[in-house]
Design a binder for this molecule. Structure first.
Ligand code: APR
Length: 165
């Protein structure tokens, strides 16, 4: 099982093999963490993403990290569920984002990965429930990734993730 670390910070500062972005189906970039990662990686990231779009909610695809490198080698783009009250399978889709991202990381032989709090920003997923899903899904995953870092951008997200440790 991977070591899981909960940290506060900006995911673009992470020193890991792969960072996960909370994307939309076009993989062209957007606001939030996707915007930060695309700004740091440069315009080639959107071109590489578009070549693999559309990415349905719950799935994940990898591209090179471009300007985020050389320490970060890969960007894994995953699309979270838009929160619609909880009765539309949102929890299952979010769990699939974490599971599929780890499967893609294994395909890349990534030893370390950093996740943002997928779907808890613009997509509105409650951060306490999202933290529970993230932690339980990662703990249950059969992955070769040795280190998983959960990067909280704000205090509330950090508190919810720490509560799941
Ligand atoms: N580092 C780490 N986490 C960050 C950063 C950052 N630089 N910037 C934002 N976050 C956090 C947010 O505070 C939130 O907790 O990432 C989490 C996810 O929020 P969003 O980025 O809004 O992602 P999401 O809710 O999944 O919405 C995805 O937003 O940016 C668009 O293209 C994206 O359409 C997609 C949608």
């Amino acid at each position: 099982m991977a070591e899981i670390q909960v940290v506060r910070g900006d995911i673009t500062d992470e020193q890991v093999d792969a960072v996960v972005t909370a994307a939309n189906e076009s993989l062209l970039g957007g606001g939030g963490v996707d915007g930060a990662i695309h700004r740091a990686a440069g315009p080639e990231l959107a071109k590489a993403g578009a070549a693999q779009a559309p990415c349905p909610p719950g799935d994940a695809v990898a591209t090179p990290s471009f300007g985020l490198g050389p320490r970060i080698r890969h960007v894994i783009h995953t699309v979270g569920p838009v929160w619609e009250g909880g009765g539309h399978g949102e929890a299952d889709v979010l769990a699939r984002c974490y599971r599929r991202s780890l499967e893609v990381a294994d395909d890349l032989r990534a030893g370390s990965i950093a996740f943002p709090a997928i779907a808890t920003g613009i997509y509105g997923f409650p951060s306490d429930e999202a933290a529970r899903i993230a932690m339980s899904t990662i703990r249950a995953a059969h992955t070769q990734v040795q280190l998983v870092r959960l990067v909280a951008f704000d205090e509330e997200t950090y508190r919810h993730l720490k509560a799941q440790e």
